[in-house]
Design a protein around this ligand. Structure first.
Ligand code: NAD
Length: 231
C-alpha cells in the first residue's frame, strides 16, 4: 500500500467549533499565549494555566469530528496512512484514524510537571490543582507549551521523509518546528494543501485546494480512493 502522510493544524477542527489561533488575531480564546501556554506562565500562575486548559478540554470533549476528520479515516481502506497533527484535540481518533502522531501532545491526558514522560488519562474534563503524579508533583495538561522541546519532531520528520503522497490541512505554518516538516517531504512526492486562506509556501509544487476542510478534504480523499482503484 502507498503511504500517505497528512499534516493537520487547527484549521481542520475549526468547523467542529474549536477556534484556530489565526482567526482570533494571535490570541487563543481571548488569552495572550504568553500568559497561558508557556513554562513561565505555569511558574507564575499555575491556577490560571490549569483553568485555561480545563476550559479547552471541556470544549474538546463537547466537540465532534467533522467531515474532514471522517474522510481522512476512510483513506486507511486503501493506503498506509499517518496523520501528524499539531492539534491537541482527539478528533482524528474519534473519527476512526488509527495512526496519529500528536506533535504538541493531547489535552485529554495529564502530565507530570517534573517528568514529561509520565502521562495519565483524565477522569472527566478537569485536572484539579491538588492532583499529583506518582513522583508527587502537580499534574498539568499533556501539551507542548511554547518554549518547550517537541519530543516527536524527529519521528515526524522521518515519517515525512517516507511520504509517497503528502497532504497539508489547515495550518498557517507559523509555528516551528512543526512548519519545517514540509521540507522533509521528498521533492517528487505529490503534495496537496487544503486551506480557505492558503499561507505562503516556498515550494511551488503544492497542488492548492482553496477550500474549507469539510469540503476540500472529502473531495481529495474521493479522488485518491478512485485513482487507487484505477491504478
Ligand atoms: P493557526 O491557527 O495558526 O492557523 C489555522 C489555519 O487554518 C489558517 O491557515 C486558516 O486559514 C486555516 N483554516 C481556518 N478555517 C479553516 C477550515 N474551515 N478548513 C481548513 N483550514 C482552515 O493553526 P496552526 O498552524 O495549527 O498553529 C496553531 C497552533 O495552535 C498549533 O500548534 C496547535 O497546537 C494549536 N491549536 C490547536 C487547536 C486544536 O487542537 N484544535 C486549536 C487552536 C490552536
Amino acid at each position: 500500500m502507498k503511504s500517505i502522510v497528512i499534516l493537520t493544524g487547527a484549521g481542520i477542527s475549526a468547523e467542529s467549533g474549536l477556534k484556530t489561533f489565526r482567526d482570533s488575531d494571535g490570541l487563543w480564546e481571548g488569552y495572550d499565549i504568553a500568559e497561558v501556554a508557556t513554562p513561565e506562565a505555569w511558574q507564575r500562575n499555575p491556577a490560571l494555566v490549569q483553568e485555561f486548559y480545563n476550559m479547552r478540554r471541556k470544549s474538546v470533549l463537547e466537540a465532534k469530528p467533522n467531515e474532514a476528520h471522517y474522510a481522512l479515516a476512510k483513506l486507511e481502506d486503501k493506503f498506509n496512512v499517518t496523520i501528524i497533527t499539531q492539534n491537541i484535540d482527539d478528533l482524528h481518533e474519534r473519527a476512526g484514524s488509527t495512526n496519529v502522531v500528536h506533535l504538541h501532545g493531547i489535552i485529554t491526558r495529564s502530565q507530570s510537571s517534573i517528568n514529561p514522560n509520565l502521562t495519565y488519562p483524565i477522569n472527566g474534563w478537569e485536572i484539579k490543582m491538588d492532583e499529583v503524579c506518582e513522583l508527587g508533583s502537580p499534574l498539568r495538561a499533556h501539551v507542548v507549551w511554547f518554549g518547550e522541546a517537541v519530543p516527536m519532531i524527529e519521528k515526524a520528520a522521518q515519517i515525512c521523509d517516507g511520504a509517497e503522497i503528502f497532504i497539508l490541512v489547515g495550518s498557517s505554518l507559523a509555528v516551528y518546528p512543526a512548519a519545517g516538516l514540509i521540507d522533509f517531504v521528498p521533492r517528487h512526492t505529490p503534495k496537496y494543501i487544503i486551506d480557505p486562506k492558503i499561507p505562503y509556501l516556498s515550494d511551488s509544487s503544492f497542488i492548492r485546494i482553496e477550500e474549507k476542510a469539510s469540503v476540500g478534504v472529502p473531495q481529495l480523499v474521493n479522488e485518491l480512493l478512485t485513482d487507487d482503484l484505477d491504478s
